[in-house]
Design a protein around this ligand. Sequence first.
Ligand SMILES: *Cc1c(COP(=O)(O)O)cnc(C)c1O
Length: 356
Amino acid sequence: MPRPLSATIHTSALANNLAVARKYAPNSRIWAVVKANAYGHGLARAFPGLRATDGFGLLDLEEAVKLRELGWAGPILLLEGFFRPTDIDVIDRYSLTTVVHSDEQLRMLEMARLSKPVNIQLKMNSGMNRLGYTPERFRAAWERARACQGVGQITLMTHFSDADSERGIAEQMAAFERGAQGIAGARSLANSAATLWHRPSHFDWVRPGIILYGASPSGISSAIEGTGLQPAMTFASELIGVQTLAEGQSVGYGSTFRARGTMRIGVVACGYADGYPRIAPEGTPVIVDGIRTQIVGRVSMDMLTVDLSPCPTANVGTRVELWGTTLPIDDVAHACGTIGYELMCAIAQRVPVRAE
Ligand SMILES: *Cc1c(COP(=O)(O)O)cnc(C)c1O
């Protein structure tokens, strides 16, 4: 028997979440973002749930080729562009669309020998200050791209740093408008947070990622209540041991937790080598036997321990949900000082994943 730990991908939730994204941005086309192996869900497993999209956005050429092999003939966008001249051969061969954010990339395109022009998304740095041309330099970059024989359609693109928070997008929108003024072409600005919360940013293409997987762009589960988004991954295991501690007895490495009275502790087959964060503190939520309880003691490589006080009938073999349809991944992430994105991407290779 394998360990009782597994991740389940809910295909119908992915399809539902794509429809929710469409409902929020009804006049835009959608790049469904599937980078990082579809945020840990598995590209091949996520594909059937997301195939009603208009295009897929990702980073790795290998993932782009895999999508073509899965039968996707529509647009594929390389969100960071390309890195070497030989990458352009793959872009050409598989008809990929690519971000262009630098003169180095433009130069490679100018030198490339292509069978047909490549559609590009010319990236503006409107304030995130990672990649792209500043508003001041954008027009010159666009003119250079337009003059390049190897370049087909040019979409104007930027990325928001604060669409999920108080600061919002106003400054970046203003910078974008300034840099893109008078330049024709489709526009693509909105990530998940802007898709949900900043309608004026939608334009021609939106680029949702995290909401397709049913988690919150802000990392706070209540922020997506009422949107209709559904968790697309359930990470679940079972109790493989039960201990009764006397008052003052501890559990796990470092003896960080001590029982305040007689109590039952459940041992769960899941540890940090499975992708569960070791940093999870006492009090991190977990569902045992359908009841919300909490982690006690330190998460170890292959196991973690939970308080069974609220779950009197729980025993060896009882189901444990680490996150999923009952427990929002954002609630676990929040307790750990991170966001759902990081947890879902971190599911380890050794965890069996299946789609349903
Ligand atoms: C990852 C990414 C997205 C999607 O971001 P979410 O917050 O998951 O919606 C959109 N655009 C670009 C350029 C990205 O890299």
